[in-house]
Write a protein that binds this ligand. Structure first.
Ligand SMILES: [Zn+2]
Length: 222
């Protein structure tokens, strides 16, 4: 992964002077990618780009693709650390939203453009919980978090377009996450595209042993 200059991006709210500091990237590759049962692909050689952010100064949410059009200045990565004080409260790193911020964003109805974007944000929230498993941590710290995750999965199960074969697979996976194993198995039986056999078989095995957490898929040999 080759880094480009560090960008300073102005907050989306024109009345706010906050700057976000963000690395830019010149190249990366998909070497060593891992694929998980929730659909997430983790590529260690690609930058971990986030999609939404919240300003710590004015609390306004932004799409990072919009923020990245608001470059205030750009500095050579090797000079930035010397010239810039980490303690400047008007500058912060562009970081991913927390679970609570994703929930808040979902309730910010004048922000979300359409149902497709709501589903997309809900996928990011679902990944956020499952990232804890990927990082070998407990998925929930309390009952409140468990409720948020489970309500989110129910929304996705009810709103995914299952005329798309991949979405049937995801619906089966989310039912398994909710420990609704029989319903998950019933949907897996309806998936006919042989391309997905290796995923179907792995999710079935997990259902049969009543295992419900996301897991890394074993990929078929090329
Ligand atoms: Zn702001």
């Amino acid at each position: 992964m080759i880094l480009g200059p560090t960008l300073f991006l102005r907050c989306i709210n024109d009345t706010c002077n906050h700057l976000f500091k963000s690395s830019s990237y010149q190249s990366g590759n998909t070497f060593g990618s891992r694929v998980y049962s929730d659909g997430k692909v983790y590529s260690p050689m690609l930058p971990k780009e986030t999609e939404y952010s919240k300003c710590p100064n004015c609390s306004v949410f932004a799409r990072n693709e919009d923020l990245k059009k608001r470059i205030e200045r750009s500095e050579d990565i090797f000079l930035v650390e010397d010239n810039y004080s980490e303690s400047d409260p008007n500058i912060s790193y562009l970081v991913d939203l927390t679970i609570d911020e994703y929930v808040e964003l979902l309730h910010t109805t004048d922000f979300i453009e359409d149902k497709a974007e709501e589903i997309h944000i809900r996928f990011l929230l679902m990944f956020k919980f499952n990232d804890r498993i990927r990082n070998r941590k407990r998925i929930f710290n309390n009952q409140y978090e468990q409720n948020i995750h489970e309500e989110n999965l129910v929304y996705l199960i009810e709103n995914l377009d299952i005329s798309i074969e991949e979405n049937k697979l995801l619906k089966a996976e989310f039912l398994r996450n909710l420990r609704r194993f029989d319903e998950s198995l019933a949907i897996l039986e309806t998936i006919e595209d042989e391309e997905f056999d290796f995923v179907v078989n792995q999710i079935k095995k997990k259902c049969n042993i009543k295992s419900y957490l996301t897991f890394e898929l074993i990929l078929p040999d090329e």
